[in-house]
Write a protein that binds this ligand. Structure first.
Ligand SMILES: CC(C)(COP(=O)(O)OP(=O)(O)OC[C@H]1O[C@@H](n2cnc3c(N)ncnc32)[C@H](O)[C@@H]1OP(=O)(O)O)[C@@H](O)C(=O)NCCC(=O)NCCS
Length: 218
């Protein structure tokens, strides 16, 4: 019997930011995500896309209620050329162009979560990273950063207590562990982002820097 689970029908479709509807839909999804929703940021992404430094994709599934099976945009993901943070293995490795790609701006709409779409989208982005036109045969690692799992497990106002200070509900699972289950390994943790606490304090959020070897190059 054919596999019709949402994940098995999931495809990545390029986001065309010159199309106003797609620009507006990406902005809507970014607002729901809570990060990088400023139209100016999305305009900068458009420039990076034109420079071939960023490839943004819709994470799609066919709409089963539509006889033409129009694609539903269940989320988005970006495969970026280069990474601002090189994995430690590269220290002893002669620098090769396009050796590292990174994944950023990854989001699945809440109503489509836990169907395996996120995992499937990551797998498709990893496959794209090692070949043209969006990746490169030189790609060895994918790098990304994720909120430290200490915010789930460690006691204290700077860790588990941070959610109360920010006035938001704690996440139901650790995104760092989610990436670990996909084979990503952390090499360092650093404070990277800032949020304002309810009392006006600035809270620095620690991120885990992670990478996965997607291709071994002799
Ligand atoms: C992270 C994210 C992309 C995952 O997308 P998704 O489509 O729900 O993920 P999948 O369905 O492929 O993953 C399923 C696994 O994730 C974990 N998971 C997902 N949602 C969960 C939840 N609400 N509670 C506990 N575990 C959960 C489970 O381990 C689950 O595995 P299982 O099905 O074997 O139990 C999505 O939750 C999201 O968009 N989150 C907000 C944005 C974000 O955190 N982006 C990453 C920034 S670094």
């Amino acid at each position: 019997m054919a596999n019709t689970s949402p994940a098995s029908q999931c495809r990545l479709e390029p986001i065309i930011l010159n199309d106003e509807d797609q620009f507006i839909e990406l902005q809507r999804q970014r607002v729901l995500c809570g990060w990088d929703y400023d139209p100016e940021t999305i305009k900068r992404w458009k420039v990076k896309q034109e420079e071939k430094l960023k490839s943004l994709f819709w994470i799609t599934i066919p709409d089963s209620s539509d006889k033409d099976k129009e694609l539903l945009r269940t989320g988005h993901i970006s495969l970026d050329a280069n990474s601002s943070f090189d994995p430690p293995e590269l220290k002893n490795f002669p620098h090769v162009k396009n050796c590292v790609f990174s994944i950023s701006s990854f989001f699945i709409l809440p109503e489509y979560r836990s169907y395996g779409l996120g995992r499937h989208a990551m797998k498709m982005a990893e496959d794209m990273a090692v070949k043209e036109p969006y990746g490169s045969p030189n790609c060895r690692f994918i790098a990304l950063n994720a909120l430290s799992k200490r915010y789930i497990y460690d006691e204290g106002p700077d860790w588990r207590g941070v959610w109360e200070r920010l006035g938001v509900s704690p996440p139901s699972f650790s995104i760092q562990e989610w990436y670990e289950a996909l084979g990503y390994v952390s090499w360092k943790e650093e404070p990277l982002y800032e949020e304002k606490a309810l009392n006006g304090d600035i809270v620095k959020l620690w991120e885990a820097f992670m990478r996965k070897e997607v291709q071994r190059i002799a």
